[in-house]
Design a protein around this ligand. Structure first.
Ligand SMILES: O=P(O)(O)OC[C@H]1O[C@@H](O)[C@H](O)[C@@H](O)[C@@H]1O
Length: 302
């Protein structure tokens, strides 16, 4: 069966391509995506990193996969958000089944939904309705976040981000390059300063936590398109990321310096992933009453 589900998770599969994906109802977190490369020179392999020490029982956000960040990125800064923990409630709420979208030879797709619950309403009062559509195709995984403002009279202001942990196994994440980010302004959260990116290829050899502003802007020729590569020189492999309506991208790797302080990070885990996170992270999006915003991420295994 290409779409299976139980109380905890949904499993999508495309047997002809050897591709599969698993999505937890907790956080609508995609915790696994297996795919062969589009170039046909690799067997189906796991493309997402999931820490062996991650909780998967709903007690904590998942350390790996693709956590959904909403309604704000990072630590709360708005006084109205102070009752929430870092990255907001979406990644630590249990979403509902929203039905099949597609089930054919070219792809399988399902919908998850999150609406205000009594717990969420205690910490976030604006009306909202989230829909997340996850689509598995032969060499691609698409994750689309729809934010609807059902209010008849009040605008909804939010941030959102897809916190994608890309697995670099069996290669070290010290070989990672992310392009093209040269020329962009970024906030270096490690140094606490704003910088201009001068590197042709951004790496994560050191503790990296950088918010690239306007990386996803439609005004850039390759806005929202990132090439993530790793492996031995001359034989690199990787993923292409295409993001729509996410104006920023965050590149994060804690290395041992910060990773060893994360209780749910497996020892050495920082050497097996890079987070490339398309999002609205440095600015706020406003959705008029009755309107909707959609942010999309498409990952392609090369
Ligand atoms: O530990 P968390 O809450 O999952 O966040 C992980 C990281 O997520 C990144 O997106 C942030 O830029 C980092 O600052 C943060 O440390």
């Amino acid at each position: 069966m290409p779409i299976e589900r139980n109380a905890e998770k949904i499993t999508l599969s495309l047997p002809s391509a050897g591709a599969s994906a698993e999505i937890l109802f907790f956080g609508a977190t995609v915790i696994s995506w297996k795919s062969a490369g589009a170039s046909g020179n690799s067997d189906p392999t796991e493309r997402l990193f999931l820490s062996k020490k991650s909780a998967l029982d709903g007690s904590k956000p998942v350390r790996g996969g693709i956590p959904v960040v909403f309604p704000f990125f990072g630590a709360p800064t708005d006084p109205a958000h102070m009752k929430m923990s870092s990255h907001g409630f979406a990644r630590s709420s249990t979403w509902e089944w929203g039905g099949e979208v597609l089930d054919n030879e070219s792809g399988v797709s399902v919908r998850l939904k999150l609406n205000p619950t009594p717990e969420i309403s205690q910490v976030f009062s604006p009306e909202f309705s989230l829909t997340y559509v996850v689509t598995l195709a032969a060499h691609q995984l698409s994750t689309d976040l729809h934010v609807h403002n059902p209010s008849s009279d009040t605008a909804l202001t939010h941030q959102a981000l897809l916190h994608t942990y890309i697995s670099t196994a069996p290669h070290s994440s010290t070989t990672v390059s992310v392009t093209p980010l040269k020329g962009l302004t970024y906030f270096d959260k490690v140094a606490g300063t704003t910088k201009q990116e001068e590197r042709e290829k951004v790496d994560v050899k050191e503790f990296t936590d950088s918010v690239y502003r306007g990386a996803g802007s439609g005004e850039r020729p390759d806005g929202g398109q990132y090439k993530v590569r790793w492996g031995p020189e001359g034989a690199e492999t990787g993923l292409d990321v295409r993001a729509t309506n996410f104006g920023d991208v965050v590149v994060w790797n804690p290395r041992e310096e910060a990773g060893s302080k994360l209780g749910d990070m497996e020892v050495g885990g920082w050497d097996r992933f890079v987070c490339v996170e398309p999002g609205i992270a440095s600015y706020w999006n406003t959705i008029a009453p009755g309107e909707k915003w959609i942010g999309q991420q498409v990952l392609t295994a090369i």
